[in-house]
Ligand binder design. Structure first.
Ligand code: SF4
Ligand code: SF4
Ligand code: SF4
Length: 222
């Protein structure tokens, strides 16, 4: 049985993410997803801070409300609840590289995995079957089940969302490599909480400023 340290995980740094959605668009293009669909990889925007009451607002002292973009996909969980509930064993967490695949030849479209997943990762498709991020094991909407292990490839293909991330905010690789690339704080939290994705702590305003700067008409072409 492969060591969990060899299982592939995602790493995400919200400090480097500029909220541009290039990762989710890249995913949709590579896998033939509907460009309007909110699936496989999604980028959501979260507010950090609280809005002061209008009578209390002071432009000099009020802290800015920060926009924190979060890019997430299937987390390829080590305890995959989707795998546990699948009645046809269509979902497998692969021992060789830890990637969780849905074999569309075995899927009966019962949606149990979609209900069991705490992150809403599996998507019910027009073909009546479930699909989700397969760590780019294979092109197209298929599952990638049965594809060669990433750990057996000489030069494993990086996921498209990683290659096309404008800010360098997403990485993917065996857990032992990703932990080395993470900050100590992120690595410790990942290990002590038994988390599925390594996420850097959000540092502050720089990110907000980048998003606001890009969104200001006066800065078009900067
Ligand atoms: S589909 Fe959900 S439960 Fe299954 S591995 Fe992905 S994130 Fe985990
Ligand atoms: S690894 Fe591939 S399938 Fe998964 S979110 Fe990234 S681009 Fe999409
Ligand atoms: S491509 Fe990178 S920078 Fe752009 S939204 Fe996705 S994670 Fe953030």
């Amino acid at each position: 049985m492969a060591d969990r340290q060899d299982h592939w995980v995602f790493y995400f740094d919200p400090n480097r993410c500029i909220g541009c959605h290039a990762c989710s668009i890249s995913c949709k293009q590579f896998h033939g997803r509907d460009s309007d669909a909110d699936d496989w990889r999604t980028v959501t925007h979260h507010e950090k801070g609280t809005h002061p009451a209008s009578e209390e607002y002071d432009a000099d002292t009020s802290a800015p409300i920060e926009n924190v973009p979060i890019s997430m996909s299937c987390m390829h969980c080590h305890d995959a609840p989707c795998e546990e509930v699948c009645p046809t064993e269509a979902i497998v967490k692969r021992d060789s590289d830890g990637i969780v695949t849905i074999d569309q030849d075995k899927c009966i479209g019962c949606k149990y995995c979609g209900w069991a997943c705490p992150f809403g990762a599996p998507t019910y498709g027009d073909n009546g079957l479930m699909s989700k991020c397969n760590m780019c094991l294979d092109q197209g909407p298929g599952s990638g089940a049965g594809a060669e292990s990433k750990n057996e490839q000489d030069d494993p293909i990086q996921p498209n969302c990683v290659s096309d991330c404008v800010g360098g905010a997403i990485k993917a690789g065996p857990e032992k490599e990703m932990v080395k690339e993470a900050s100590q704080a992120a690595a410790e939290r990942f290990k002590s909480n038994n988390e599925r994705v390594i996420v850097e702590p959000f540092q502050g305003e720089e990110n907000l400023n980048m998003v606001e700067h890009a969104a200001t008409p006066d800065n078009a072409g900067d």
